[in-house]
Design a protein around this ligand. Sequence first.
Ligand code: ADP
Ligand code: MN
Ligand code: MN
Ligand code: MN
Ligand code: MN
Length: 339
Amino acid sequence: MTKYRLEYIWLDGYTPVPNLRGKTQIKSFDEFPKLEELPLWGFDGSSTKQAEGSSSDCVLKPVSVYPDPARTNGALVLCEVMMPDGVTPHPSNKRATIVDDEGCWFGFEQEYFFYKDGRPLGFPESGYPEPQGKYYTGVGYENVGDIAREITEAHLDLCLEAGLNHEGINAEVAKGQWEFQIFGKGSKRAADEIWIARYLLQRLTEQYGIVIEYHCKPLGATDWNGSGMHANFSTRYMRETGGKDYFLKLMAAFEKNVDEHIAVYGPDNHMRLTGLHETQAIDQFSWGVADRGASIRVPHSFVNNGYKGYLEDRRPNSQGDPYQIASVILKTVAEVEGA
Ligand code: ADP
Ligand code: MN
Ligand code: MN
Ligand code: MN
Ligand code: MN
């Protein structure tokens, strides 16, 4: 038997954006534990906005498990929060009730800022660095500074070693802003992996004294880009059948459901979806081929393949909950494809 360090990870009850929480327990297993072998556990919900102090116990139910590359014999155990009965999902537990479909593939592009001492990494103590232009996919100290690449490389290594479907990294348009991409088949799979990747990024940057700023417009109404979490998606029908009629019906359904989508596409999105900085305005809906000012960007490959492939919903923001984002996309798609 080997003693494993099990990090139970969950989302707390803060709104509109939950925080990641985690605590460790040690358990013995013959080999790396399977999900079914991981016991339920509890925590003090009164300290996480998930219960009153007088009845504070909440239950952690493991839902996926990954090797923890930062620990010897470690496991990252992603959990759903349940009521004390262990079977009823806690109201903060969105994962339990979302629409899922393993035939729908999602690729999330998580953008974020590194913040140090209250400002984006690489910003001078007062004022601003050189305006945006050369930072996106940039190289060189003047563009990316001295530490960001070390961190993003280390984060990539951690994600790959944890078995996540990490698909890539790039420096983003604003100084101190970066992106990583996670791909998954099914809402839960893709969204679980985004949360674990966020967890690994936050834990890694503790030692650098750096905060991950996920707010979608941390620099407010300036000429600095905000952060999104573009949701690329493709259902089996989109990949295998598609067609222009289907596509136009799908876009009509997306247009009709704008409010329902925006409601779960992340807080403060009106600050980001202004129609500037590669966004469409929050109250408009549009699609366009290769158009980064559209709500939905249609890749050239989609049109060239006879309206088949994947689409990019550019509206979800960096603080959005990937469970709910994937779920609302699937709901709208189901109106066209049938449930
Ligand atoms: P860009 O920055 O040009 O918008 P990225 O390369 O950052 O594009 O992200 C595109 C994402 O699209 C990739 O991370 C990938 O996971 C995702 N993707 C590619 N093909 C599919 C597909 N068939 N279904 C869903 N997502 C896909
Ligand atoms: Mn205790
Ligand atoms: Mn991208
Ligand atoms: Mn981007
Ligand atoms: Mn994109």
